[in-house]
Design a binder for this molecule. Structure first.
Ligand code: AMP
Length: 584
C-alpha cells in the first residue's frame, strides 16, 4: 500500500471515531432500531410481543434483562440444529465459545465486519503516539483452536479463532503497520506446540526487526516467554544448523520455515547465552532490543501480571488496545500509552446497543432502571448489558465498568472486574478485586526476598470446620536473591492477606470465629502453566484463557494439590474492631 494511502486510511479511521462518538445517543437509537427491525420476526422478540416496535421505550418496557442461564435452553436448541430464526433472522454462522465458562454464543457472519472495524482502528490510534511502527514488525503470539461441531452441525470455536481464520485477517491488503513475524501458516496450525514453536523461532530470527511484542492477554505472552525458557536449546540448535526441529511436522509450516530458517550460529549462541542465564530480568528487551511497547491486556484479572511483565521488559509501556468479548466487541483505548491503572475504553456506539445497570459501592444493583450509553455518569459503576445484531437482547455480559470520562458524547470506562463472588464461607463476600488487593498487600513481604507471586487461585475449604480460605501461590524468585522466602515470612503473608480482606471477613474471623486461619499453599514452578494446558486440552483458547481465580473442579484441585511444596497458615487473627455507632 502506498504511503499516502496508508496515511489516508489512518486519517479516515480517526475521523470515523470522531463521527461515531459525536452524537452517541442518536447512533444508539439507530442501532437499536436496526437490530429490532432486522430481528422483528425472530421467535425471541415475538415472545415479548414487540409487534414490530423499534423504539427504546417499548423495547425497555417489554424485553427483560437476562443472563446466559436464561438463554441456555434456546442456545442449546440452536446448537442441536434448530434452524428457525430464534434470536436472529440471519443464519447463525458459528458460535463463539467463551474460554472461562465455555459458553456457546450464537453469532452471525456480518458480526465479523464489526470486529474487523474495531481492529482496523487500533494502529491508526497507536500511530499517533508511537512513531515509525511501519519500519519493522510485530511479534504477536496468536493461536487458533481446531473447530468443533455442535450436535446440530454448527461450527463452534473461540471468537479469536473466527477472527484469525477470517478473510479479513488473512487476506487484508499489505499494510506496513501490521507486518507480523509469525507466518500465517504458524498461526493457523491448531497444534499449539508447533504453532508456538514456529512463531517463537520466527520471532528470534527476526529479532532486530521486532518493534512490538504482544498477545491478546498478558497470560498468553507470559506463556510464550516460559516456552522460550523451556525450549531455547532446541530453538538455538535449529538456528545454528538451519534445520527444523523434527517435532514440527505440519507440512505448510515446514515449507515456509525452509525459506526463513538459515544457519546462523552467532544468533544461536546469543539466544543460548541469554536464555541460560538464571536471571530473567529484562529478557524481552534483551532478546528484542528494539521493542517500543508490549501489546497485551493487563486490565481486570490480568493486572496481576504487571509486575512480572515489568520485570521481563524493564518497564516498557504496557498497552491495552481494546475491550471485547465473544458476545460483542466494545471499543478501543483512545490513549493507548498510559499507565495500566489509567486505561479507559471508549465503547463505540455503533457496535451494539448498550445499557448500564447502576451499582453502588459494594456492587449491589441500586436501580433496575437501566441507563443508556450516553447518560451514564462519571465516577459511577455499572454492569454492562448488551443487545447485539446476532440477537442477544439486554444480555448481562458480567463485567463491571467505571465511567472515567467522555470522548465527545461517548463515555469511557475503566474495567473494574467481572461480576462474581469468588469466595464466601460465612456472610462475607470476597471477589476477584478483593483477592487481587490482598495478594498485592502480601507481596510486599516477598520483596525482601526479591520474590513475587507469578500466579494464584483459591478455594473456600469447608471440609473441616470452621471453613477457611486456601490460596495457591506460584512464586518467582528473582535474581540476585540471597535466600528463598522463609516459612515464617510466608506465614506473615497469610496474615497480610487477611488484614487486607474486607471487614465482613475479619469480623467472621475474629468475632464470630466462623472462618479459620487463611492458608497459602505454595506450588511448584510451572504449575499454573499445567493448569492452562489442562484448560486448553478441554477446549479453552490460548488467546482467551484467563486463570480461574477460584477453583472447584476435582481434577484441577488434585493437580494443584499434587504440586504443593509448602503450606502456611496465618499465625494470628487480623485486626477487627466493632464499628462504633454514633449516638446523637
Ligand atoms: P471471552 O468471551 O472469552 O472473549 O471473554 C470476554 C471477557 O474478557 C470480557 O467480558 C471481559 O471480562 C474480559 N476482557 C476482555 N477484554 C478485556 C480488557 N480489555 N480488560 C479486561 N478484561 C477484558
Amino acid at each position: 500500500m502506498a504511503f499516502h494511502s496508508v496515511r489516508e486510511k489512518h486519517a479516515k479511521a480517526l475521523q470515523f471515531i470522531e463521527e461515531v462518538t459525536r452524537d452517541a445517543d442518536s447512533v444508539q437509537q439507530k442501532v437499536l432500531a436496526e437490530i429490532l427491525t432486522q430481528n422483528a420476526e425472530t421467535e425471541y422478540l415475538k415472545r415479548f410481543q414487540l409487534d414490530g416496535a423499534t423504539d427504546r421505550d417499548t423495547f425497555k418496557c417489554k424485553v427483560p434483562v437476562v443472563t446466559y442461564e436464561d438463554l441456555r435452553s434456546d442456545i442449546q436448541r440452536i446448537a442441536n440444529g434448530d434452524r428457525s430464526p430464534i434470536f436472529s433472522s440471519r443464519p447463525i454462522s458459528d458460535s463463539g465459545t467463551s474460554a472461562g465458562e465455555r459458553k456457546l454464543m450464537p453469532t452471525i457472519h456480518e458480526e465479523m465486519n464489526r470486529r474487523h472495524l474495531l481492529f482496523s482502528l487500533l494502529m491508526p490510534l497507536m500511530n499517533q503516539y508511537v512513531p515509525d511502527l511501519d519500519k519493522g514488525k510485530a511479534l504477536y503470539f496468536l493461536f487458533i483452536k481446531a473447530e468443533t461441531k455442535t450436535p446440530g452441525g454448527l461450527v463452534a470455536r473461540p471468537v479469536s479463532t473466527s477472527y484469525y481464520t477470517s478473510d479479513q485477517f488473512l487476506n487484508k491488503l499489505f499494510d506496513p503497520y501490521s507486518v507480523y513475524t509469525s507466518p500465517k501458516q504458524a498461526i493457523l496450525c491448531t497444534d499449539s506446540f508447533q504453532s508456538m514453536y514456529s512463531q517463537m523461532l520466527c520471532g528470534l530470527i527476526m529479532r532486530h526487526q521486532v518493534l512490538r511484542v504482544g498477545a491478546i492477554f498478558a497470560s498468553g505472552l507470559l506463556r510464550a516467554i516460559r516456552f522460550l525458557q523451556h525450549n531455547y536449546q532446541q530453538l538455538a540448535h535449529d538456528i545454528s544448523t538451519g534445520t527444523l526441529n523434527p517435532e514440527i511436522t505440519d507440512p505448510s509450516i515446514k515449507q515456509c520455515m525452509a525459506e526463513i530458517l538459515k544457519p546462523d550460529p552467532e544468533l544461536a549462541d546469543f539466544i543460548t547465552q541469554q536464555c541460560s542465564e538464571q536471571n530473567s530480568e529484562r529478557i524481552i528487551t534483551r532478546i528484542w532490543p528494539n521493542t517500543k511497547y508490549i501489546d497485551v491486556i493487563v486490565t481486570g484479572a490480568m493486572a496481576q501480571y504487571i509486575p512480572t511483565l515489568d520485570y521481563y521488559t524493564g518497564g516498557l509501556p504496557l498497552v491495552c488496545t481494546m475491550y471485547a468479548s465473544s458476545e460483542c466487541f466494545f471499543g478501543p483505548n483512545l490513549k493507548p500509552i498510559c499507565s495500566p491503572s489509567d486505561v479507559s475504553y471508549t465503547i463505540l456506539p455503533n457496535m451494539g446497543y448498550f445499557e448500564f445497570l447502576p451499582l453502588d459501592d459494594v456492587d449491589n444493583t441500586v436501580s433496575t432502571d437501566l441507563v443508556d450509553l450516553a447518560h451514564v455518569e462519571v465516577g459511577k459503576c455499572y454492569e454492562l448489558v448488551v443487545t447485539t445484531y446476532a440477537g442477544l437482547c439486554r444480555y448481562r455480559v458480567g463485567d463491571i465498568l467505571r465511567v472515567t470520562g467522555f470522548h465527545n458524547s461517548a463515555p469511557q470506562f475503566g474495567f473494574v472486574k467481572r461480576k462474581n463472588v469468588v469466595l464466601s464461607i460465612d456472610m462475607e463476600k470476597t471477589d476477584e478485586e478483593d483477592l487481587q488487593k490482598a495478594i498485592e498487600n502480601a507481596s510486599i513481604i516477598l520483596k525482601e526476598f526479591n520474590a513475587s507471586v507469578v500466579d494464584y487461585t483459591s478455594f473456600a475449604d469447608v471440609s473441616s470446620l470452621p471453613g477457611h480460605y486456601v490460596i495457591y501461590w506460584e512464586l518467582l524468585v528473582k535474581e540476585p536473591s540471597n535466600r528463598r522466602p522463609t516459612s515464617e515470612a510466608l506465614n506473615r503473608c497469610c496474615l497480610a492477606m487477611e488484614e487486607s480482606l474486607n471487614a465482613m471477613y475479619r469480623q467472621a474471623r475474629v468475632a464470630d470465629k466462623s472462618i479459620g486461619a487463611l492458608e497459602i499453599r505454595v506450588v511448584k514452578n510451572g504449575t499454573f502453566e499445567e493448569l492452562m494446558d489442562y484448560a486448553i486440552s478441554r477446549g479453552a483458547s490460548i488467546n482467551q484463557y484467563k486463570v480461574p481465580r477460584c477453583v472447584s473442579s476435582t481434577p484441577i484441585m488434585e493437580l494443584l494439590d499434587s504440586r504443593v511444596v509448602s503450606v502456611h497458615f496465618s499465625p494470628a487473627a487480623p485486626h477487627w474492631a466493632v464499628e462504633r455507632r454514633r449516638v446523637e
